[in-house]
Design a binder for this molecule. Structure first.
Ligand SMILES: NC(=O)C1=CN([C@@H]2O[C@H](COP(=O)(O)OP(=O)(O)OC[C@H]3O[C@@H](n4cnc5c(N)ncnc54)[C@H](OP(=O)(O)O)[C@@H]3O)[C@@H](O)[C@H]2O)C=CC1
Ligand SMILES: O=C1O[C@H](COP(=O)(O)O)[C@@H](O)[C@H](O)[C@H]1O
Length: 502
């Protein structure tokens, strides 16, 4: 959805409230995003920002916390000062009414006691969501403008806790006021999935079980918990990445064509495809946990997950997971969807691989390799299609090559905004297209809750893999069983920069 100035409500002031303003997410993502939007004149005018957290802090202190992440360029200093002049901060508790009453007074004062629209961003631990949202509703809502609430994951730990959160939010707000962020939905290539699929006849007509052998959706990170695994240990990689980011990508890859680009038409189709996926079983999965690499060049690389002092030494929390999902509908019956994600692996990468079936009746002495469409989300956005060609020259040999759309070459001068920039702007515009609806969430938890409970109750031991490797070998075997072929023969001759890992 293109965000046009006309989407904003005339000259009505907007107030953006950051709950958890003293925290990590606020300083690393939310304030920088607001600054970049302000710098690029994308925020409606006037917009003011108010932070709220327990710590007593001046604006100068808040600013100095954020400075390192704001990427202020030479020549932008005056505008940067102007940005901070729009900010204020209120210190208060998350329980009790007093802090919220002070906050509301501050907001009214910032809005000159006039009509204003308010956005509330919960950059907070989930343990205080209930209290904070209740107090927003009772004390801090704009009485004559609109109100929108942005919620960060985790949206619960399983189906029951997620439903409790959804029910609580639904008792306070309309679904149209709720913006559940999955920041992967703000990434360029994830947003491009619908265009790739539904804007290209050649792809839309082959996007089915008659042509596609398997689909692989991968997320890899090259670092471990870096001594801060305490939070991760409570959740594990399935909740951290697979149940949200990867399942969102899967639903965009697999859903039927929506009736229109209206957010609810799209989200209806996402829900429908999720409903066709049976709950996962242990036999569908490979779980892993990294161990230190004695030859690692950094402390993090030499430290295994269980050696992280913030992690229980007997933890069975997976840091790697692979799941083979089935979609039982007419388009996809029998096509495995392989989801893989892990920490402390060999590279940073997020991508989708659509692997086509073998060419039937091969006349090239078994040298034909499968076509593969790769949609690289990061690093270095790209879309490439691996195909066979005759080797050039006096020969009739065949070889693998690619049709290559590398963004840094084709769209040299384009600015690709950060995921949060797009998503926060969407909230101002009132577009929920790239936000998670409560029924999507319910279906995602239905698929993952039984397996998560089983793993936790039975303390299923994950397979060890070495920090910096590609993960447990069993995962490759499972991919092969799930009809994904790796030949190891493909050579990429493009520039190094587009494939760099970091
Ligand atoms: N536009 C561009 O910038 C383009 C860049 N390239 C680059 O060229 C390189 C090669 O291309 P790619 O498509 O990856 O082709 P390959 O067919 O060589 O590799 C596919 C993927 O298979 C996985 N793999 C590696 N070893 C094994 C194994 N032993 N068993 C099973 N799977 C294995 C790897 O991913 P994993 O470890 O995740 O399993 C690898 O990325 C990449 O770096 C790619 O980014 C290629 C084309 C265009
Ligand atoms: O949500 C999460 O995502 C990040 C990875 O995000 P990216 O945009 O850098 O790919 C991951 O590190 C984190 O564990 C997870 O909670």
């Amino acid at each position: 959805m293109i965000c046009e100035g006309t989407h904003f409500d005339g000259k009505i002031p907007h107030t953006f409230v950051v709950f958890g303003a003293s925290g990590d997410l606020a300083k690393k993502k939310i304030y920088p995003t607001l600054w970049w939007l302000y710098r690029d004149d994308l925020l409606p005018k006037p917009t003011k920002i108010c932070g709220y957290a327990r710590s007593k802090m001046s604006i100068e202190k808040l600013r100095s916390n954020c400075d390192a992440y704001m990427k202020v360029q030479p020549g932008e200093q005056a505008k940067y000062d102007e940005f901070w002049s729009l900010n204020s901060y209120v210190a208060g508790a998350y329980d009790g009414r007093t802090g919220y009453e002070l906050l509301n007074q501050q907001l009214e004062q910032m809005e000159n006691h006039c009509k204003a629209n308010r956005i509330f961003y919960l950059a907070l631990p989930p343990s205080v969501y209930d209290l904070v949202t209740l107090n927003i509703k009772n004390i801090c809502m704009s009485r004559n403008g609109w109100n929108r609430v942005i919620v960060e994951k985790p949206f619960g730990r399983d189906d029951v806790t997620s439903k409790a959160l959804s029910d609580h939010l639904a008792s306070l707000f309309d679904e149209e006021q709720l913006y559940r962020i999955d920041h992967y939905l703000g990434k360029e290539m994830v947003q491009n999935l619908m265009t790739i699929r539904f804007g290209n006849k050649i792809l839309s007509s082959t996007w089915n079980r008659e042509n596609i052998a398997s689909v692989q959706i991968t997320f890899k990170e090259p670092f471990g918990t870096q001594g801060r695994g305490g939070y991760f240990d409570e959740f594990g990689i399935i909740r951290d990445v697979m149940q949200n980011h990867l399942i969102q990508i899967l639903s965009l890859v697999a859903m039927e064509k929506p009736v229109s680009c209206h957010p609810d038409d799209i989200r209806d189709e996402k829900v429908k495809v999720l409903k066709s996926i049976p709950a996962l079983e242990l036999s569908d999965m490979v779980l892993g946990q990294y161990v230190g690499n004695p030859d690692g060049t950094t402390e993090d690389a030499r430290t295994g997950y269980l050696e992280d002092p913030t992690v229980t030494s007997t933890s069975t929390t997976p840091t790697f997971a692979m799941a083979v999902m089935k979609i039982n509908n007419e388009r996809w019956q029998g096509v495995p969807f392989i989801l893989r994600c892990g920490k402390a692996l060999n590279e940073r990468k997020a991508e989708v691989r659509i692997q086509y079936q073998d060419v039937p009746g091969d006349i090239f002495e078994g040298n034909t390799k499968r076509n593969e469409l790769v949609i690289r989300v990061q690093p270095g956005e790209a879309l490439y299609f691996k195909m066979m060609t005759k080797s050039p020259g006096i020969t009739f040999d065949i070889e693998e090559t690619e049709l290559d759309l590398t963004y840094e070459h084709r769209y040299k001068d384009s600015y690709l905004p950060d995921a949060y920039e797009r998503l926060i702007l969407d909230v101002f515009c009132g577009s929920q297209m790239h936000f998670v609806r409560s029924d999507e969430l319910r279906e995602a938890w239905r698929i993952f809750t039984p397996i998560l409970h089983k793993i936790e109750q039975e303390h299923t031991k994950p397979l060890p893999y070495v920090y910096g490797s590609r993960g447990p070998k069993e995962a490759d075997r499972k991919c092969e069983e799930a009809n994904f072929r790796y030949y190891g023969s493909y050579k990429w001759h493009g520039s190094k920069s587009s494939t760099s890992n970091l």
